[in-house]
Structures are given as C-alpha cells and as structure tokens.
Design a protein. Sequence first.
Length: 210
Amino acid sequence: MKPAVKVCGLTSAADACAASEAGADYLGFIFFPKSGRALTLEKFQEMRGSLPAKPWVYVQVEPDPCELRRAVEEGFSLVQVHCPAATVEESLPGWLDAVGRERLWLAVKRPPEEPIPPVCLERVDTFLIDTCRPGVFGGTGETGDWGAFSQLATEYPDKNWVLAGGLNPDNLREAVRRSGARIVDVGSGVESEPGRKDRLRLQALFAALD
C-alpha cells in the first residue's frame, strides 16, 4: 500500500497546486517565525482562495491554544505541533482543548532512544517522528532512524505514525520499505531552494512510490 504524502513548507499557491497535482494528500504550511519557510497568517489569507481543496496542515512550535483555534477557523483541517519533551505534559491539555485529538499531529522533540512521554501516548492519536537535532525543530533535511520508527509503529499499532526527516525522491521508496510508514512528510527534499518547491522533484517523488 502506498503511503499518504504531506508536502510541507509551502509558501505559495503555485507550489501548493504543483504539490497537489503531483499527488500530495496533505498540504503543510509553517507559521514558526524562525523557519526559512515561514508564512504569516496574513500571507496565507492572501493565497488561500487559490489553494487546492486538500487538507491543509497548520505547523507551529509550542503555539498558544488561541492560535490553534484561529487556525481551525481559517480552514485548517489539522494542526502539527512541535515541542520539547520537557514541556509537553504542561502544554498538551490546552492544545487538545483547542482543536481536539482528531486534528492534532504531535511532534515531540526527542532522540530516537528516548521514549515518548506516557501522557502523549494516552491522549494523542497521531505522532510525527522527525530527525532530532539540538536547537532545531524540523526542517533539518537529515534522515531519521527508520528502524526506530518501525519499532514504534509495531509497539503502538493503534496510533498513526508520520515519518519525516530528509525524505526525497532518491530515498523515499527505501524509507517506506524499512519504516513501514503509512504517512510521510516531505519538505526540503522536493525543493530547488528553501521554501520553493521543484515540480520535477515533486513528480519524481511520487513516481518513486509507483
């Protein structure tokens, strides 16, 4: 079975359309100001009328719950929240109250050898597993530990697991084979430069899954 694909870090309607035409199942937009692919809500509102009718994913680091409520009001189907493991227990209730567990994709920043906090496993349905680098939340372009991902998916089969980290047309087929991922998240691996998607790389990515 081919995995569902989220193309993340979209910064223009043209790129979102190119991703959708290539085969993307989810379209991701980053609102973390320190990201090289960051959007403002105002910029998003300018282009939203030209966006494909695919599920939009709002991506942020340690957001205020009010921000997530507004994201849902703006039409986002899902919210992807990145956070350190040390603060997740305190922050998680507010995020869940804001959007509900069915809309939340949680990306806890942790090395592969460290367990996911128990409170998350109790209350969250979908986890995004990204490469862990100190001081950086996603967007590293570095591949993760596909074996560790597979172990998590096997140990907790009732959860949804999203594989991220350095995926591109050259390694996606092998990553899916080794990880067993049913959802993958791709960003820098289909870019010509940060924040600008490359149509040929997008097409090659989806061709790799055929």
